[in-house]
Design a protein around this ligand. Structure first.
Ligand SMILES: Cc1ncc(C[n+]2csc(CCOP(=O)(O)OP(=O)(O)O)c2C)c(N)n1
Ligand SMILES: [Mg+2]
Length: 672
């Protein structure tokens, strides 16, 4: 025992020296060779270790700190002070809109706390990144988180695009004087909203296929500029299977025109998203694994000096040990309690914050509420090439509501503020409304010649106009030619012919039409052969951004599997949801790209609507145009397939092609 101890100590000393030498060498390579050289070296070392059977454990996570360190943060180009004023006004009006709607009609609903947590994420976008429809190459396509709608309306009010009467009639769009729909519904507000997003989980998958469709238009020479697609999502929303179901496609297709911003307020409707874990780390692993560029925005700037002084790594270690349930609690408790519970676990941590007052500890900000951190993330996302980006921004749900709901489990349902709470909110955000008036929750818009409005107008003009805006500018297509239909008008002389075959034959003829053909988008989820569509592989080709990097096994045959960069068929693989999203992107191009496209989505009628009904509803809401065709009713084309007569009838092509969207009736808004 007494002999081993000195030996162990000596070994530990050797190890310490050895590690230090290695680290010093690495530092030198980083300094002289830069990041790329360092990466090459590390990969080389990893290979070397593998030769001896030593694998490096796979780590999908990076430490629980901002991906972009302060040293790599760009200078903030805006006027921080006036932007904070604008943001506060938007916050106030958004809150007042919900409070007043619920006073006018109790129980009408609406959300305060979602936007309260996302205000900085949106405002940095509006002031510096989101391009409007007049921008060169077209505007950005933005999927706004459905429950944050009051904030989007409140900004449009400051911009002078919505009236006070409309705001007062939030959720009552049919009221005299006009009003506003509860959520983004192009059906109800066709000049304003472009994308219906309130059914959670649909925005992410729709945004992915939208970004992919933009590439398709470019590759086919129909549109020459790539537009950016942004999707603003909730952290709870990412539990919907559709949310993550297509993320590998986005990476595979290298969609660097796509940015997800996940508002990680750590809460959903009932409670924490991952009380016992960390949603940001979980999502980081999932997205990195799928090949996305991941940017974490966790801590605000007042954490930077603490992290810089954390030479032993105890602060990072503590940050990693706390779970989201703890972080939620820290957001509601006092500074003294956080000093005790979070920093109090280690004297070195306590020493780090000994110069901070309890109040300063309470106000240590999260990254998603720090405009400079958010700006840095957006700038990096926009510049990133070769992969889509996801920004995971940590925020507080109900930020600014104080006792009325900030960080509380009930905050999602908070629709009313009493006079005292309104007064606090007003004072916290310095809204110039008097004590006498504040109880009425009046809307506030500064004078036309105020600094705030001048700034806001200037920024939007520089970025190509206001958002959201749905603008239909597509020139009409040529009249439908008669020739492709002639053959079918003759009938089949009593011979039974499968409707699926006729539909495909007609499609093939329409594709040959010089003027109409290029606008058609055949879409199929791995069922082309079932429907006899394989002839189209040769005729128009299967779209692939990279073309065909291999020689297809059936190259010698007439109808070989032909992938090409200017291919026209969207062969989506086995995903009815993905195919439907392509259908929606194409069928709304008349409003989002100013070009009419005619999608034909052929699905296997037995495997279609029942699993993607909600997307179909969204398509109707979006005023999507195109043909949904339930192909092959079992026995019709596949001899001997067991499909009962009743099933076959119920899913026949005739049934499916009847218009399913309301043509005369208004679509009813669903309250989610
Ligand atoms: C498909 C679907 N299911 C349920 C709802 C009802 N709902 C509205 S908001 C919400 C919680 C949202 O949580 P999160 O995504 O974290 O967004 P946050 O409000 O926290 O930003 C729920 C369950 C919905 N809108 N859509
Ligand atoms: Mg949430």
């Amino acid at each position: 025992m007494s002999e081993r101890k000195p030996r162990e100590r000596a070994a530990a000393e050797v190890e310490r020296l050895e590690t230090r030498e290695w680290l010093e060498s690495l530092d030198q390579v980083i300094q002289s060779g830069g990041p790329a050289r360092t990466q090459r070296l590390l990969r080389r070392l990893q290979r070397r270790a593998a030769e001896f059977g030593i694998t490096v454990p796979y780590a999908a996570n990076t430490p629980y700190v901002n991906t972009i360190p302060r040293s790599r943060q760009p200078l903030y180009p805006g006027d921080r002070d006036v932007e904070r004023r604008i943001r506060s006004l938007v916050r106030w009006n958004a809150m007042a809109m919900v409070v007043r709607a619920n006073r006018a009609e109790e129980g009408i609903g609406g959300h305060i706390s979602t936007f309260a947590s996302a205000a900085t994420l949106f405002e940095v976008g509006f002031n510096h990144f989101f391009r409007g429809n007049d921008a060169e190459g077209g505007g950005d396509q933005i999927y706004f988180q459905g429950h944050a709608t009051p904030g989007i309306y409140a900004r449009a009010f400051l911009e002078g695009r919505l009236t006070e009467a409309q705001l007062a009639n939030f959720r009552r769009e049919l009221a005299p004087g006009g009003g506003l729909s509860s959520y983004p519904h192009p059906w109800l507000m066709p000049q304003f909203w472009a994308f219906p997003t309130v059914s959670m989980g649909l925005s992410p998958i729709m945004a992915i296929y939208q970004a992919r469709f933009n590439r398709f238009l470019e590759d086919r020479g129909l549109k020459d500029a790539t537009r950016r697609v942004w999707a603003f999502l909730g952290d709870g929303e990412l539990d919907e299977p559709e949310s993550l179901g297509a993320i590998s496609l986005a990476a595979r297709e290298e969609l660097d025109n796509l940015i997800f911003v996940v508002n990680c307020n750590l809460q959903r409707l009932d409670g924490p998203v991952r009380g016992n874990g960390k949603i940001i780390q979980e999502l980081e692993a999932v997205f990195r694994g799928a090949g996305w560029n991941v940017i974490k925005v966790i801590w605000g700037d007042d954490w930077d000096p603490l992290l810089e002084r954390d030479v032993d790594g105890v602060l990072i270690e503590r940050m990693e040990r706390a779970v989201d349930g703890d972080y939620q609690r820290y957001s509601v408790q006092s500074g003294a309690e956080t000093r005790r519970d979070f920093f109090g676990t280690d004297p070195r941590l306590l020493a780090l914050v000994e110069d901070l007052t309890d109040d300063e500890i309470r106000r240590l900000r999260r990254g998603g509420h720090d405009p400079e951190k958010v700006y840095a993330a957006y700038a990096a996302a926009v510049a990133h090439q070769g992969a889509p980006t996801v920004i995971l921004a940590k925020t507080i749900k109900g930020y600014g509501l104080g006792e009325a709901g900030e960080g509380r489990n009930v905050t999602h349902q908070q629709k009313q503020l009493n006079e005292e709470e309104l007064r606090e909110f007003r004072s916290r955000f310095s809204i110039p409304i008097s004590d006498d008036d504040v109880g009425e929750a009046p809307f506030y818009r500064p004078a036309e010649d105020s600094r705030e409005l001048a700034y806001l107008y200037e920024r939007r003009a520089a970025l190509g106009g206001y958002l959201p805006e749905r603008r239909v500018t597509a020139p009409a297509l040529a009249d439908v030619p008669a020739e492709p239909f002639a053959e079918f008008r003759e009938g089949s002389n009593g011979r039974p012919v499968a409707t699926t075959m006729i539909a495909v034959r007609l499609l093939s003829k329409l594709l040959r039409d010089k003027r109409l053909g290029p606008h058609i988008v055949p879409i199929v989820p791995d069922e082309a052969r079932t429907f006899g569509m394989d002839a189209l592989f040769r005729q128009v080709g299967i779209y692939s951004h990279v073309g065909q990097l291999y020689e297809p096994v059936d190259r010698e045959t007439l109808l070989y599997y032909r992938e090409t960069k200017d291919g026209q068929i969207l062969e989506e693989g086995i995903t009815e949801a993905g195919a439907m999203c392509s259908f929606m992107a194409a069928g709304t191009a008349y409003a989002t790209h100013g070009i009419n496209m005619i999608p034909f989505f052929f699905f296997y009628s037995m495997f279609g609507f029942q699993r993607i009904g909600d997307l179909i509803w969204a398509a109707g809401d979006m005023r999507c145009r195109g043909f949904l065709i339930g192909g092959t009713a079992g026995r019709t084309t596949l001899a001997g397939e067991a499909c009962s007569t009743r099933t076959a009838t119920a899913t026949s092509w005739r049934t499916r092609t009847r218009p399913w969207w309301p043509t005369t009736r208004r679509l009813r808004t669903r309250s989610r």
